[in-house]
Design a protein around this ligand. Structure first.
Ligand code: SAH
Ligand code: SF4
Length: 425
């Protein structure tokens, strides 16, 4: 395992984009509005109202800016060579393409990478931190991104669930995780590439995006939707909706809406086959029990054998891992185009839960296999750097308003003292 702080990262590794993002990220994020995450209408309004771009040029300008930003990963407006010099200067004066700031980058012995990222502070709160994970495999590279700092839900087996919600991520912070990972992995086409819409998917390092990091994405619906529309737009990051998966603990009313408005692949954190146990493991079940959840799954638009819902099932020793549970799981999902993903429980400091024995997992998997679900066990990745499913947690906490007022008072007092001292000097 290697751990590197932002200062130590070998900037030469990853080309000019990575060098620039590390050099400029901190300054730009706080002093300029990031252009990342703006949808077409927002960008159009800015170009029209603030930069006075003539109406008939708007479409073309948006395409140009998007292509540079999302297809080529440009970090400077200066490089956007088909925009006029004035326009580039004006954009640079007001905006940035900065990504979240890297605090550390860890590389597991199995090649998994985890980034701890610092986001700008909002409303005087301390700057919160999130985690993003890259999992390389023989035939794909998956990026696991976060949608919230912490989580409002508290599933008993999940490390993130022990951290209270600090705040929702903005669309730019969500899409920024993908862009930052591509910077670090050198996953942008070179400046000389004769490509108009990014790397062809066969040459990409990140081929799949999963919303399985910190947070419940359906509780940050609008921002996640905007970010994923940028990820899936042909002029944007250009990922196929088939390669983007949203994982939810089961926010039933939002599932149908997500299907209609975003239409990505869906994963459901099921983890139990009866309400009594699921009420404990995934407490949102008390609000939206299994039957309602599965009805919403049956109605998810566009399901077919080629487009199946993934049901995630964490293997907890002596809790949900019996042969009886396996058979009940298969019965429960009958009639839904489904994949089953058995996740060996990933432990974290302080949890009383344990992962099922390998033998038990194999027996469970065999029952699931016999029912026609292929290779259902997910290999844990990046456990040595705490990057596996459910291990993500940052130290960020939401300050109480009284603590924040106290801290502001102290800062003001310190500033006043400094001013007085300056005057005396
Ligand atoms: N909030 C969303 C997405 C984030 S969690 C959700 O709950 O679906 C991503 C997946 O990791 C979920 O299936 C979650 O149940 C699972 N998970 C959480 N903690 C885990 C742990 N300690 N070991 C294995 N999987 C875990
Ligand atoms: Fe939140 Fe998902 Fe963890 Fe549950 S499993 S606490 S919903 S992040």
């Amino acid at each position: 395992m290697t751990t590197t702080t932002a200062e130590e990262i070998d900037l030469a590794d990853n080309g000019p984009a990575a060098r620039d993002v590390l050099k400029t990220g901190r300054k730009d994020m706080t002093s300029h509005t990031s252009i990342l995450g703006l949808d077409r209408d927002q960008l159009k309004n800015i170009l029209r109202e603030e930069l006075k771009v003539p109406e008939k040029q708007l479409r073309m300008r948006i395409s140009q800016i998007w292509r540079w930003t999302y297809a080529f990963g440009a970090l400077n407006f200066e490089d956007m060579s088909d925009l006029s010099k004035d326009m580039r200067n004006e954009l640079a004066r007001r905006f940035s393409t900065a990504r979240p700031e890297i605090v550390t980058e860890q590389i597991s012995e199995d090649g998994t990478r985890k980034w701890l990222l610092r986001l700008p502070s909002i409303d005087g709160e301390p700057a919160p931190e999130i985690e993003t994970v890259y999992i390389p495999e023989a035939d794909r590279g998956t990026l696991c991104i976060s949608s919230q700092v912490g989580c409002t839900l508290n599933c008993t087996f999940c490390h993130t669930g022990t951290q209270k919600l600090v705040r929702n991520l903005t669309p730019g912070e969500i899409v920024g995780q993908i862009m930052l990972a591509r910077d670090r992995l050198g996953d942008w086409p070179g400046a000389d590439a004769e490509i108009t819409s990014g790397l062809p998917s066969s040459e990409r390092k990140i081929t799949n995006i999963v919303l399985m990091g910190m947070g419940e994405p359906l509780y940050n619906f609008d921002n996640v939707k905007t970010a994923m529309s940028l990820a899936c737009d042909g002029d944007g990051l250009s990922y196929s909706k088939r390669r983007v998966t949203l994982s939810t603990s089961g926010v039933v009313p939002e599932i149908a809406r997500w299907g209609e408005e975003a239409g990505t692949m869906l994963a459901i954190s099921l983890h139990a086959v009866n309400d009594k146990l699921r009420d404990i493991l995934v407490p949102i079940n008390k609000k939206y029990p299994i039957k309602e959840l599965l009805d919403a799954c049956r109605d998810y638009p566009g399901l077919s054998n080629a487009k199946r819902i993934t049901f995630e099932y964490v293997m907890l020793k002596g809790v949900n891992d019996s042969a009886h549970d396996a058979k009940a799981l298969v019965r429960l999902l009958a009639g839904i185009p489904a994949k089953i993903n058995l996740i060996p429980f990933n432990p974290w400091p302080g949890t009383p839960l344990e992962c099922s024995d390998w033998e038990t997992i194999e027996k469970f998997a065999e029952i699931v296999n016999k029912a026609g679900y292929a290779s259902p066990v997910r290999t844990p990745r990046g456990r040595d750097i705490m990057a596996a499913c459910g291990q993500l947690k940052s130290m960020s906490e939401r300050e109480r308003a009284s603590t924040r007022r106290e801290r502001q008072k102290q800062t003001e007092a310190a500033e006043n003292t400094e001013n007085t001292e300056n005057k005396v000097d």
